[in-house]
Design a protein around this ligand. Structure first.
Ligand SMILES: [Zn+2]
Ligand SMILES: [Zn+2]
Length: 355
């Protein structure tokens, strides 16, 4: 059931269009309203302060993790594992395969080097280099905090549960947590400011999975809880995480594929593209690997021939996108996208305040 009072990304986009029209007929704010008094007011008038809370959470977590020597875990081996998942040989092979598949069976026909593809390649490189250590630090720190503050959540070893059973339970619970975090990204305005970067892609491809703000990973740390709970019973193999990451990457591909009857259970490219649609609500089809969470919350919209080639992106382009500039300016656009969540919203339009 959709709450009318809560934040709705798609509705926000609608407001953008409506208020853009109304702004054209109204005079700007009086100078005395626009001009802040004092340095503090100048700062708060330009910064979206709630966005700083995610920075504070990351700093506090990482400080705790660092002081506790990452809970006794090895930062280096965790880093190696994450690198294998993000850009290991198997992941790169999957990505290469999916890039070929989306050329053979495209949902939308596009040039091989479309601007959106080149831009998401930059995000891929950013994730493999600078973001990976951040995610490792956050993950080790969060697990340590969870183990220390809630030691009772770690259930004792259950001999009856085979290892594959542990993997299955963690997979389903982890996917459910991903759904919850994604739901929060769409319903809480502060989180949406970070998540809208992912939705701003107008030329989706498998690499769009990497088009995320580095700090949004803070909101997905709850996905580690199932692993902490079942820690004594086994862990998920890295190969399984590679497969999970490949599934999530593939659903972003520009491939016309719905998985047939299996598409009712597993998230397909045609299903996830509806989540990125330009027109209409985007707080639907939030699932990562399984569609059951969307179905249980009445948020599942299954693909039809009309939805396969639909445009993606954000109405009114509230965030600068690479397709908007006359000539490609990937680095400048990327910088604008990364600072975007910290720019104060215009109360009239919900868009970032102009410089
Ligand atoms: Zn989303
Ligand atoms: Zn997506």
């Amino acid at each position: 059931m959709v709450s009318v009072s809560s934040f709705d990304a798609a509705r926000g986009g609608q407001r953008v269009r409506e208020s853009s029209a109304s702004r054209a007929t109204t005079s700007p704010l009086p100078t005395d309203v626009q001009a802040p008094v004092g340095a503090k007011r100048r700062f708060t008038s330009r910064i979206y302060l709630p966005a700083l809370s995610i920075v504070a959470a990351a700093v506090v977590l990482i400080t705790i993790g660092w002081l506790s020597r990452w809970g006794g875990g090895s930062f280096t081996s965790a880093m190696t594992n994450l690198r294998i998942v993000v850009v290991g040989p198997a992941t790169l092979a999957f990505l290469a395969l999916f890039l070929v598949v989306e050329r053979l069976r495209p949902a939308q026909r596009r040039p091989v080097f479309a601007r959106g593809y080149r831009h998401d390649l930059l995000y891929t490189i950013l994730n493999a280099t600078l973001v990976a250590p951040l995610v490792v630090a956050l993950s080790l720190s969060f697990s340590e905090v969870a183990r220390r503050s809630l030691p009772w959540i770690v259930v004792p070893r259950m001999g009856v549960l085979p290892h594959w059973g542990v993997i299955a339970v963690i997979f389903v619970a982890m996917d459910g947590c991903n759904w919850l975090a994604h739901y929060a990204n769409h319903r809480i305005r502060m989180l949406w400011r970070f998540h809208e970067l992912h939705h701003s892609q107008e030329d989706m491809s498998v690499l769009t999975v990497f088009r995320t703000h580095p700090l949004i990973h803070v909101s997905y740390l709850i996905t580690l809880i199932p692993g902490v709970i079942l820690l004594s019973n086994g862990t998920i193999p890295t190969a399984f995480l590679v497969a999970y990451a490949a599934v999530v990457a593939f659903e972003h591909s520009n491939t016309n594929l719905g998985f047939g009857p299996l598409g009712k259970i597993f998230v397909s490219p045609n299903y996830h593209r509806i989540h990125h649609r330009l027109e209409g609500r985007q707080d639907i089809n939030l699932g990562f690997a399984l569609t059951i969470w969307d179905q249980m919350s009445h948020r599942a919209i299954f693909p039809t021939p009309d939805t396969i080639r639909m445009d993606t992106g954000l109405p009114g382009r509230p965030l600068l996108v690479e397709q908007a500039t006359q000539h490609p300016q990937h680095v400048r656009v990327m910088m604008a996208q990364l600072v975007g969540p910290f720019r104060r919203l215009d109360p009239e339009t919900d868009q970032a305040m102009p410089e």
